[in-house]
Write a protein that binds this ligand. Structure first.
Ligand code: FES
Length: 192
């Protein structure tokens, strides 16, 4: 596995070197990425067990290092390389929070369970308004208007006694009041 990791690192590094080149134009960067992507997909599809969760996760991590995220198109290609259905990739993406479907900077997970909702009925609406998000939040989450923050919901974060709760990049914020979350979102949006 160590050899495999080294090989993967070398592969990413090789793809990344070109990206940092001073005189590369956009088209060349895109070519380098496609080349890197083909190499990653070829490498993992030729493994003895391309459909193992461990190998799929490694493949997705490498794709993310190359592109900054894993788009639906990447998911489809990864599924084909691993010989699994796209739903398998979707499940893994949900399981591994570090795998991002879009190049956002932060992931905000708001609990919509009954305890959190009872404590602060308009908590989610407040957050949506601050982020410029309208309508229902799909299961894959919704991006803020500036594309910096992904907002998603969960039924219960298993921390009901400190409701209302939310997670920011996996860290729990308990008993949040609307004014606090507004301040936090303003800080995140102001990040350069
Ligand atoms: S209902 Fe929100 S943590 Fe349980």
């Amino acid at each position: 596995m160590k050899n495999q990791e080294k090989k993967s690192e070398a592969k990413i590094s090789a793809a990344g070197e070109g990206l940092a080149g001073e005189s590369l134009i956009g088209e060349t960067i895109s070519d380098k990425r496609e080349e890197g992507l083909k190499e990653i997909l070829g490498y993992y599809s030729s493994m003895t067990s391309p459909s193992s969760q461990e190998n799929i996760v490694s493949m997705l991590q490498e794709i993310q290092e190359l592109y900054g995220c894993i788009t639906p198109e990447h998911s489809a290609m990864a599924a084909e390389a691993a010989g699994v259905k796209e739903t398998v990739i979707d499940c893994i993406m949900k399981l591994y929070k570090s795998l991002k479907p879009a190049p956002y900077r932060h992931r905000l997970t708001v609990c919509t369970g009954k305890n959190c909702h009872r404590e602060e009925k308009d908590f989610l609406d407040t957050i949506k308004k601050e982020l410029g998000i309208k309508g229902k939040i799909p299961s894959s989450g919704a991006l803020s208007s500036d594309k910096k923050i992904l907002l998603e919901t969960r039924d219960c974060l298993k921390q009901c006694r400190t409701a209302p709760n939310f997670l920011l990049d996996g860290r729990l914020y308990a008993g949040g009041e609307n004014s606090d979350v507004k301040k936090l979102i303003k800080t995140l949006k102001a990040e350069q």
